[in-house]
Design a protein around this ligand. Structure first.
Ligand code: ARG
Length: 459
């Protein structure tokens, strides 16, 4: 038999495989709450505009609530023959309230309906990401405050560069996640316009009050062009863009946790609740959660690439290709929220090893820049010459198999005769860190200032 919703012109029903490729109910049932909310707003507007009777609108709105509780109680029977969530809900509505159900779709198409549902859902995901990011940032700020003066090596090229503090390192991630937060907020603002009332593509001949439905659904305004309204998926792409950048940041921090927790580094131990053991090697304590977070970027960025690829060749307006938009976004969103929550847990419970970080910070001539700066400041050497003198001292220490502070004053003087005892004061890692007092620098007082700015910002 032909489809009850659109089968008027068809004598026969679809092939079984046609039905399988066409149906989206297996995944778009996730949009049930948005679908029902949107339909309730549409029905109220139809009544207010005098397009359907108050009595019919009331029956529709009540029936939709019943369906919502049926779905939430697990009592709703989904049908693949009815293709998608929109037609499943409407068919059930007809069974519940009879003919009046057929009036709900007046002045509406599944094209603006699905655009609405998906936009509402994605808007909710922006809010969820903002909330999860805020929690992660709070956890990082708390650990950074605690470790504002914990000296560790700072790296470039993963080679020891200059000493920094663990607190400063963590606050670098706070800045990244802070930008992620504002990207989700920004995307949310731009997507907060209602497509409802665009109908199939050209708008409606019914006197729909698009402002009324927009307002009822928490949108700032209706979308200005009906063709754009049904054809646009920028909102999902922007969400995935923000999610991809955020997942990349999570992946970088996860990678550092993997490195930090090795026996070679021993900068942190991950909490028991966030580690796993090995079935054969009894000593193992694997950072699986960090590794999985590092892996998640693949599917999240993959979702963005997939949706770009779906959209890039589509002529105006809706094409069924667009049904391929949802699963990718659902999957990316689930995995982003899972990763953010796991990262929050790992950050909150990791145990930093101050001694180990401190010892490592002194390796690799990490205060060579401080020595060169001292030569500039105290002896008035041009920086290029100071760099050269320091390089010679590093080579000497390397020959001797010792570190810079282990050289004698005589050995120092062989590189430049003006060097005095005072030089040793800048070769310690604590002094190095304390001296970087510029705004945004790693000196503990500056790290505490960063912490305070973030605490004020988060309230
Ligand atoms: N299930 C469809 C989707 O997800 C709903 C819109 C269908 N519209 C249409 N003209 N066939 O895109």
């Amino acid at each position: 038999t032909s489809n009850a919703m659109w089968g008027g012109r068809f004598a026969a029903g679809p092939d079984a495989i046609m039905e399988a490729i066409n149906a989206s109910i297996s995944f778009d049932r996730r949009l049930y709450a948005e679908d029902i909310e949107g339909s309730r707003a549409h029905a109220a507007m139809l009544a207010k505009a005098g397009i359907v009777s108050d009595k019919d609108a009331e029956a529709i709105r009540e029936g939709l609530l019943t369906i919502k509780s049926e779905i939430e109680a697990g009592e709703f029977e989904y049908s693949t023959a009815l293709e998608d969530i929109h037609m499943n809900v409407e068919a059930r509505l007809k069974a519940l309230i009879g003919e009046a159900a057929g009036r709900l779709h007046t002045g509406r198409s599944r094209n603006d309906q699905v655009a609405l549902d998906f936009r509402l859902w994605t808007r909710g995901q922006c809010d969820a990401a903002i909330e999860a990011l805020t929690k992660l940032i709070r956890a990082l700020v708390a650990r950074a405050e605690e470790c504002a003066d914990a000296v560790m090596p700072g790296f470039t090229h993963l080679q020891v560069a200059q000493p920094v503090t663990f607190g400063h390192h963590l606050m670098a991630y706070v800045e990244m996640f802070g930008r992620d937060l504002s990207r989700f907020a920004d995307a949310r603002t731009r997507m907060n316009e209602s497509p409802l009332g665009a109908a199939a593509l050209a708008g409606s001949s019914f006197p729909l009050d698009r402002d009324m439905t927009a307002k009822a659904l928490g949108f700032d305004r209706p979308m200005a062009n009906s063709m754009d309204a049904v054809a646009d998926r920028d909102f999902a792409l922007e969400y995935l863009g923000a999610a991809s950048i955020c997942a990349m940041h999570l992946s970088r921090l996860a990678e550092e946790m993997v490195i930090w927790s090795t026996a070679q580094f021993r900068f942190v131990a991950m909490g028991d609740a966030w580690s796993t053991g090995s079935s054969i090697m009894p000593q193992k304590r694997n950072p699986d959660a960090a590794e999985l977070i590092r892996g998640k970027i693949g599917r999240i960025l993959g979702a963005q690439v997939a949706l770009f690829t779906v959209m890039k060749g589509l002529p105006m307006t809706y094409g069924k290709d667009m049904q391929e938009d949802k699963e990718q976004v659902f999957d990316a969103a689930d995995n982003l929220l899972l990763s953010l929550a796991a990262m929050e847990g790992m950050v909150a419970t990791m145990v930093p090893n101050r001694e180990s970080m401190r010892a490592s910070a002194a390796l690799g001539f990490s205060t060579a820049t401080d020595l060169a700066d001292w030569l500039v400041r105290e002896l008035g050497l041009p920086f290029r010459e100071a760099h050269h003198v320091t390089g010679a001292l590093v080579a000497k220490a390397e020959d001797k198999g010792c570190d810079l502070p282990d050289l004698t004053l005589e050995e120092m003087r062989e590189a430049h005769e003006g060097i005095t005892e005072g030089v040793f004061s800048v070769l310690g890692v604590e002094n190095s860190v304390a001296s970087r007092r510029v705004y945004g620098g790693t000196a503990p007082e500056q790290v505490r200032a960063q912490v305070k700015r973030w605490k004020d910002r988060l309230g």
